[in-house]
Design a protein around this ligand. Structure first.
Ligand code: MSP
Length: 575
């Protein structure tokens, strides 16, 4: 049962480590963005977070592309690892570390784990015949190979029948315990549809998996040798999975593996994460990850992205969007419209503009600038008085005054008995958001933030403070009513901004600077950490709430409206 009481364990969130044969694209940025939003949200609720991403370098395809480009594998890996680091810095990801599997800190520990499995008899030498997918560097079962017409289910390239003498991990030994762990929820495979898929495949039975590949003549000198046998290299997948543990398997970071471990990835590699890796961990006598979350795919303008179609949305295109509409708008679009659930999502320019205008320019951007403008116009840019956010009750004289003003201006409220409880509404939204975070349901978390903004918009239309402002002379408590309404709108928007922060850290920090809210340790640095946990920050009128006398600087609108007719940035087409 999800709860709104934050779990106090350290939170360790990972992304896949990405192949460095090529440059980063939207898919790599997306998974890392989701991890970033979750990490920021967990830090916001006050947890100790460790967020890891990085690059998977010892793959055959890395040495092959390196040769095609006239570079050594390591040179080529370094060029691309740098591109990933730059792209991730551009996206404002708050990862605590970036692992490259060519680093000693990873290699040394990975070898130790394999050695332990050899010593225990979990890994043995034997013959193996199977269907190998060279584009994904993995073996497929006979059944999966057949189902896919002996082509790669990911790239469609032909599979190769390979017979090898290899070292094997006895995966089948862990079949029962894996089923138990997944069925009982000890390992949560999310979303639910993926859990059913994994359990379905598990029913077909497990067989041992290769953990090495034999060195062939002409092979590049690339990869980590099998301990005790330099004729074999550790199979890249097995080595890569170890990164999640190698990087925190030390005195300073070991509590992260004892905490809540969350692995994020797309559906293509769920099997390795939900089955192979937990079995290896069981064999290594280490706790299982709590969550294995596999999202679906991005496609582009209705088509699957592929090298042959040349339609990958590359980082340059995301940069062009960010330049035009702001980075946080790109982060918002990807997070809220992306394939977080079981279905693929389409990156289409027209949709981007629609979402940008509806969610950002016309909603959060418009609300904050309207409220800021009213404070400036009516109260010299200062918070005047506080308010408990309740309107329309026996003690809610403010709303009655606003309604009288409306009537004086010749308008009737649709429902004169309507009540508003903004503080309660915002508090409930915060609770719901914290609950949603439990299952990495980031869309719901952000939607709770948006629902507060919508509620404020509704309240503004209903109470019409701009009309009230024109009647101040003739109403007894008009000024009090106006300041109560504005305070309530601003305080609700401030709470909403906390929930929206994980997706839009720069824009929300800009708002906090304009409104002089002291949420961040360094108000000028959106990555500087919070002065208190969300439960304190989000208290209506609490220690971190808006205070009488607090200056509200008008500032520029957070998001300018976008014109749907403008061409997509970074391309020639028009929408
Ligand atoms: N190196 C392995 C992972 C080892 S993890 C121990 C690998 N690398 S990869 O570069 O191919 O990255 C695959 C991951 O990139 C996917 O699981 C997903 O996180 C992301 N994406 C790649 N293409 C994607 C889309 N089209 N859409 C969304 N994300 C996708 O596999």
């Amino acid at each position: 049962m999800p709860s709104n009481k934050p779990n106090q364990k350290p939170y360790y969130i990972t992304t896949p480590i990405y192949y460095v044969n090529d440059r980063p694209h939207i898919g790599h940025c997306y998974t890392t963005l989701i991890a970033d939003v979750a990490a920021r949200a967990q830090r916001l609720i006050g947890r100790d977070v460790f967020f890891l991403t990085g690059t998977d370098e010892h793959a055959e395809k890395v040495s092959k592309t390196a040769a095609e480009n006239g570079k050594t594998p390591y040179e080529w890996a370094t060029i691309n690892a740098e591109r990933f680091k730059e792209a991730f810095a551009f996206m404002n990801f708050s990862n605590d570390d970036f692992v490259r599997t060519t680093e000693d800190r990873h290699k040394i520990k990975a070898v130790q784990y394999i050695q332990q499995l050899l010593d225990q008899g979990d890994i043995e030498l034997g013959d193996y015949e199977g269907w190998y997918d060279p584009s994904q560097e993995e073996y497929l079962t006979e059944m999966v190979a057949k189902e896919n017409d002996f082509k790669s289910p990911v790239t469609g390239k032909p599979l190769e029948k390979r017979v090898e003498q290899n070292y094997f991990f006895k995966l089948e030994k862990y079949e029962g315990s894996l089923r138990e762990q997944i069925e009982s929820g000890e390992i949560r495979v999310l979303p639910e549809a993926r859990k059913n898929e994994v359990l379905g495949r598990l029913k077909q039975g497990l067989r041992h998996v290769p953990v090495s590949r034999k060195i062939k003549e002409g092979d590049a000198d690339w990869g980590i040798s099998m301990p005790g046998d330099d004729q074999h290299r550790i199979y890249v997948w097995i080595e890569a999975l170890c990164n999640y543990l190698t990087i925190v398997d030390n005195d300073e970071r070991k509590e992260y593996w004892q905490g809540e471990v969350v692995h994020l990835m797309a559906k293509d590699i769920i099997w390795f994460h939900a089955i192979v890796w937990p079995a290896m961990l069981k064999a290594l006598k280490k706790p299982a990850p709590k969550t294995v979350y596999a999202h679906a795919y991005w496609i582009a303008e209705g088509q699957k992205m592929s090298k042959s179609l040349g339609n990958f949305i590359e980082i340059d295109q995301l940069q062009a969007y960010a330049e035009k509409y702001s980075l946080d708008a790109v982060r918002w679009f990807l997070t809220t419209q992306g394939p977080l659930g079981a279905n693929d999502a389409d990156f289409a320019h027209a949709r981007f503009i629609e979402v940008y205008n509806a969610d950002l320019a016309n909603s959060i951007g418009n609300s904050t600038s309207r409220v800021g403008n009213m404070f400036n116009k009516y109260f010299d840019g200062q918070v005047k008085g506080t308010c408990n956010g309740q309107f329309g009750f026996p003690d809610g004289s403010s709303l009655q005054t606003a309604l009288i003003a409306l009537e004086n201006a010749g308008k009737k409220a649709d429902d004169p008995d309507r009540t508003f409880k903004l503080a309660e509404f915002a508090g409930q939204a915060v609770d719901n958001a914290v609950c949603a975070l439990e299952t990495v349901d980031l869309s719901t978390m952000l939607d709770e933030g948006r629902s507060i903004v919508r509620h404020v918009d509704e309240f503004i239309s209903y109470s019409a403070p701009f009309t009230l402002a024109k009647q101040l002379e003739t109403l007894d408590d008009g000024e009090h009513a106006l300041s109560s309404i504005l305070y309530s709108c601003a305080e609700a928007l401030r709470i909403a901004s906390l929930l929206l922060y994980p997706a839009m850290p720069e824009k929300m920090a800009e708002l906090w600077r304009n409104w002089n809210c002291n949420h961040l340790i360094d108000p000028n640095d959106p990555n500087s950490g919070f002065v208190a946990p969300l439960s304190e920050l989000a208290k209506w009128g609490g220690e971190y709430g808006l205070k009488p006398g607090q200056a509200i600087v008008k500032g520029e609108a957070l998001f300018m409206r976008a014109d749907a007719k403008e061409p997509a940035p970074g391309s020639e087409q028009t929408a």
